[in-house]
Design a binder for this molecule. Structure first.
Ligand code: SF4
Ligand code: SF4
Length: 126
């Protein structure tokens, strides 16, 4: 499910609002979209793949994560370079990352490794 929409990175393009197949987001005039219907997320990763600012993180879970899950820790995920990583792993990142955060841990080398990494992190704390 979508867990993070980083307001600092977001450029308010509203692509995520338009691309989401289950209408999870609400656009905000002159502002950052809001995750208005979290429970409607079907974990399709399209918002993360399409976001040109790497502002979104979708956790590989079809149920909401616990509030203390590390996969909801925005600062830690930013520091680990996890926001927009799915976009990179599917080959859609063609421009430099906006406001890059240096990774503090080795990054997975493939989409499969990416999912294994976040799933392991999720399971170890749930
Ligand atoms: S696609 Fe990304 S940059 Fe555009 S509004 Fe959504 S979160 Fe912000
Ligand atoms: S993961 Fe898919 S369903 Fe969930 S918010 Fe993003 S685009 Fe919508």
């Amino acid at each position: 499910m979508i867990e993070i929409l980083n307001a600092d990175r977001c450029t308010e393009c509203d692509i995520c609002v338009r691309i989401c197949p289950t209408n999870v987001f609400d656009a905000v005039e002159g502002g950052v979209p809001v995750i208005a219907r979290h429970s409607d997320c079907q974990t399709c990763f399209q918002c993360e793949a399409y976001c040109p600012a790497d502002a979104i993180f979708v956790a590989p879970s079809r149920i909401p994560l616990r509030p203390d899950s590390p996969l909801r820790d925005e600062d830690a995920l930013l520091a680990a370079g996890q926001l927009g990583l799915y976009r990179e792993r599917v080959g859609w990142r063609t421009t430099p990352v906006i406001s890059p955060a240096p990774p503090t841990a080795p990054l997975p080398s493939s989409t499969i490794d990416y999912h294994r990494t976040v799933e392991t992190l999720h399971r170890s704390t749930s």
